[in-house]
Design a protein around this ligand. Structure first.
Ligand code: NAD
Ligand code: IPM
Ligand code: MN
Length: 343
């Protein structure tokens, strides 16, 4: 029996995690769940954003399903403060999850839920491949003498392995996004991506684009993109921007994958939404679609994953709309609508 480490986290994390659990129970009855604290919930209980015991149990699991971590209660500008996000960073680093896949596929039922014109977003189908264990997130940082610094470091090996993920996932084209007109790490990125393309992936079209104009093109012509390959921080920012093509940040799922045989991690792109936490109105669909990615990438259960995804499609076609998509449905009502389509 596969074991899932379920990490609800903070804010709306537990609300959307229990929604995902309900729909998973409907499509995969043989999965077992072990819950662990992460983020602010773990800080409150243990003083640390994730304990060694939780990490050990998670490493021994078959997949990790996470809600979201963080919130105003633990926010601080003190450089020595324990932060909820540290739990997430430890999970990503210790599990070796360097490849973060963020599919952006606006559903026809939601074409008119996006603030962008329907003609622009129709048939958009892109995958953001975000490097997840390097760059600014993991570089040395600190403060001294009234100054603060963060460092961005990338090695050839780190760039090559994520570039390979991008080329393997591409159908026609990889758009590698960087800031090579300013950053040395971006110039190395461009060099390594180009060399790998030359050596092994000439059947895929490769283009390079600077991140500022890529952010513009994402809104102006989203259909131009197949795979967007980019570093950690740029991928973080561009994926929240891209989420609006689907109508809401609450719709986007992600899979974080590594090279080894340890568990992969699945979570929605959104955070803990402190402004709506506790109200029962969060959109659970990004989390439910992350559970579908878990079934597909974590367990190779393509049929169950597709069943879940098409139940979400049909529920939306049937008219269910949580608040972030312009409707009034609660988290529970949205979840029921998906469950109804699974019966
Ligand atoms: P956020 O994603 O939590 O919220 C941004 C906006 O989107 C808010 O208005 C929120 O209400 C809305 N929103 C997000 N998800 C939604 C959903 N499922 N349904 C309906 N509306 C939704 O971003 P933020 O406010 O910048 O960050 C809040 C906290 O979340 C911070 O502490 C941040 O570090 C954390 N965070 C965690 C993760 C994660 O655990 N993976 C990801 C992003 C942010
Ligand atoms: C995400 C989140 C995290 C990130 C935060 C919570 C540190 O925004 O997964 O997109 O920046 O990676
Ligand atoms: Mn983010």
């Amino acid at each position: 029996m596969p074991t899932i480490a379920l990490l609800p986290g903070d804010g709306i994390g537990p609300e959307v995690a229990s929604a995902a659990r309900r729909v998973l129970d409907a499509v995969a009855t043989d999965l077992t769940y072990e819950e662990h604290l992460v983020g602010g919930a773990s800080i409150d209980a243990h003083g640390t954003a994730i304990t060694d015991e939780a990490m050990a149990a998670i490493k021994a699991s078959d997949a990790v399903l996470l809600g979201a971590v963080g919130g105003p209660k633990w926010d601080s500008t003190d450089p020595t403060a324990v932060r909820p996000e540290q739990g997430l960073f430890r999970l990503r680093a210790d599990l070796g999850l360097f490849a973060n896949l963020r599919p952006v596929r606006p559903l026809p039922a939601l074409y008119d839920a996006s603030p962008l014109k329907r003609e622009l977003i129709e048939n958009t189908n892109m995958l953001i491949v975000r490097e997840l264990t390097g760059g600014l997130y993991y570089g040395e940082r600190g403060r001294s003498d009234g100054r603060a610094f963060d460092t961005c470091v990338y090695s050839v090996e780190e760039i090559e392995r994520i570039a390979r993920t991008g080329f393997e996932a591409a159908k026609t084209r990889v758009t590698s996004v960087d800031k090579a007109n300013v950053l040395e790490t971006s110039r190395l990125w461009r060099e390594v991506v180009t060399a790998l393309h030359e050596a092994e992936y000439q059947h895929i079209e490769l283009e390079h684009q600077l991140v500022d104009s890529a952010a513009m093109r994402l809104i102006a012509a989203p259909r131009d993109f197949d795979v967007i390959l980019t570093e950690n921080m740029f991928g973080d920012i561009l994926s929240d921007e891209a989420s609006m093509l689907t109508g809401s940040l609450g719709m986007l799922p992600t899979a974080s994958l590594g090279a080894g045989d340890g568990p992969s991690l699945f979570e929605p792109v959104h955070g803990t939404a402190p402004d709506i936490a506790g109200k029962g109105i969060a959109n659970p669909l990004g989390m439910i679609l992350s559970a579908a990615l878990m079934l597909r990438h974590g367990f190779g259960r393509d049929d169950a994953a597709a069943a879940l995804e098409s139940a979400v499609d049909r529920a939306l076609e049937g008219g269910i709309r949580p608040r972030d998509l312009g409707g009034t449905a609660t988290t529970a009502e949205t979840t029921e609508a998906v469950l109804g389509e699974l019966k």
